[in-house]
Design a protein. Sequence first.
Length: 253
Amino acid sequence: MQTDTEQKERAWLLREKYGGVETPAFFDDCKRLFEREPLAYLIGHIPFLNTAIFLDSRPLIPRPETEYWTELAIAEIKKRNGRVSVLDLCAGSGCIGVAVAHAVPEARVDFAEIDARHHPTIEKNIRENGIDPSRIRIFGGDLFSEIPQGSQYDFILTNPPYLDPILVDRIDASVMEYEPAQAILGGTDGMTYISRILENALGYLAPGGMLYIEHEPEQAEYINTHPCIATYASCETFPDQWNVNRYSVLTRS
C-alpha cells in the first residue's frame, strides 16, 4: 500500500509531466519513483521562489531551506541602490542566482560552478525564466579560481558542499544514490569548502558586501570562531523555517 507521501508524489508526477494522462511512460516513471528516484528528476524541474528550475544535468536538487534564506537575501539585495553585483558560488542548477536575477532586474549575476556539465542547465534556467543573458556570466573552476581578478560583488550567495562524510546516514539514502556527491560531501567535518570560502571571499566582496553561506547547524560555532572571522566586520548565524541554524551572513567593512 502506498503512503500518503507516495500517493501525492504520484499525483504530482501525473499532473506536472503527463497532463493527467496515464501513459506507458508514466507507469515506467512510477516504477522509478517506487525505487526512490527523486521526483524532481523525473519531472525535470522544480519550483524555486518564483522561478522554474530545470534539472537536465541532474545537479543538486534545490531544498526548501535554501529557498528560505535566498528569499531573505533577495529582500536585502533590493535595499541597495543602483546596479548590484551578485555571485552564486557553487551554483549547481543556478537556482539561487536565477531567483535573484528574476526578482531584481537591475542586478548583474555571475555563477561559479566547477562541474561544466551543469553550465548548460544554468543557461537553460536563465533562458526559461526570461532573464536577459547580457546580465549573466558563468564561470567554471574551483570556487573563485576562474573569477576574473579584481571582481567585486555586493553579495556572494553560496550553498557549498558541507555534509561531513561520516554523517551520511543523516540524509535519505536516495540522496547519495541519485544526487551528485560532489555537491554534498564537504570533506573533513564538512568544513573543507566552507573554510576556503571564508578565507577567500573577502577578496571578492565590495566594501559593505555580504556573504551568505549555508551550513549544518553544528558548523555555526566553527564559522563564528574561524581565525579569519576577525577580518570581517560582522558574522551572524540565522535559523531556517524549522528553527535550525542553517546559514550565516558575514559582512565586509
